[in-house]
Design a protein around this ligand. Structure first.
Ligand code: HEC
Length: 245
């Protein structure tokens, strides 16, 4: 009889301890990684071009700890699933820059920070200067600059490629973006040189209008007159080729 009572109270004690642990679990900080030191730097470099006032995702601002903290869990998920930063060009088809992609180490830092309670840190002097976007030349990392430009001003000239296009004069392309594409559609563009050589340019896969952005090639590509630019599938949508002025 006695034994049963002890067992019962042990169970109750466990339940009580367990519940209080759950209640306080999200306030327990179990990581040394902080917003002030590591995370702000990653976000400023990889995410700020869109997640700020005036950016394409200004409804989800991530520029300060106060703004970013409520999104911590979503940030971890989006980053680990590689949905953020958005990149719809298929890797290995053409030579498209992906300078905003997070390194493995940055992904680990974000995951550890979120799992460890997303602390701000207690030394505000570690915070980096927030990136500046309106004057592109002022101390902004090159990748941020490219993304900022792509979100607003369009550098160079846009040439809409729809089906097949033959160049009447030499042309230097620096990148491409979706032209008229519908949600979920995919298009590929290749250049066929007059000598028959075929160069893949870009393949935009599963296009999402809300993540629309420009993609830049690793280096500008110059094509001679007579080059044929083909967009597949015919009628699948158009691409805007970004040509050097
Ligand atoms: C090229 C622009 C761009 C970049 C760069 C970018 N995002 Fe986003 N992000 C968006 C857009 C657009 C949305 C959708 C906003 C909406 O639904 O209103 C979004 C949505 C999100 C969401 C919300 C997802 C959800 O619906 O729950 C999170 C979290 C997020 N981004 C985190 C990040 C992080 C972290 C980075 C950097 C590592 C990043 N983003 C980089 C454009 C960007």
């Amino acid at each position: 009889m006695m034994k049963v009572v002890i067992a019962k109270s042990a169970v109750i004690l466990l339940l009580v301890v367990g519940a209080s642990f759950l209640l306080s679990a999200h306030d327990v900080i179990s990581t040394k990684i902080t917003w002030n030191r590591e995370i702000s730097r990653i976000v400023y470099k990889r995410c700020a071009s869109c997640h700020r006032d005036g950016g394409s995702a200004s409804d989800i601002k991530l520029m300060t700890y106060q703004d970013a903290r409520p999104w911590a869990k979503a940030i971890k998920e989006e980053v680990l699933e590689r949905r953020m930063p958005p990149f719809a060009a298929v890797k290995g088809f053409g030579e498209v820059q992906d300078q905003e992609a997070l390194t493995q180490e940055e992904m680990h830092l974000i995951a550890d920070w979120v799992e460890g309670g997303s602390p701000e840190g207690d030394d505000p002097s570690l915070l980096p200067k927030p990136p500046v976007f309106d004057s592109a030349e002022k101390g902004v990392a090159a990748n941020v600059k490219a993304a900022a430009t792509s979100a607003s001003a369009k550098p160079g000239t846009e040439i809409i490629a729809d089906g097949s296009l033959t160049l009447k004069a030499p042309l230097t392309l620096i990148g491409a973006r979706a032209g008229a594409m519908t949600e979920g559609s995919s298009v590929q563009a290749v250049a066929q040189m007059p000598d028959g050589e075929i160069r893949p340019l870009i393949w935009i896969y599963d296009y999402k209008p809300k993540y629309d952005r420009a993609y830049y090639f690793e280096k500008p590509l110059t094509f001679p007159a007579g080059t044929k630019i083909e967009v597949y599938p015919a009628g699948g949508g158009t691409l805007a080729l970004l040509a050097k002025k």
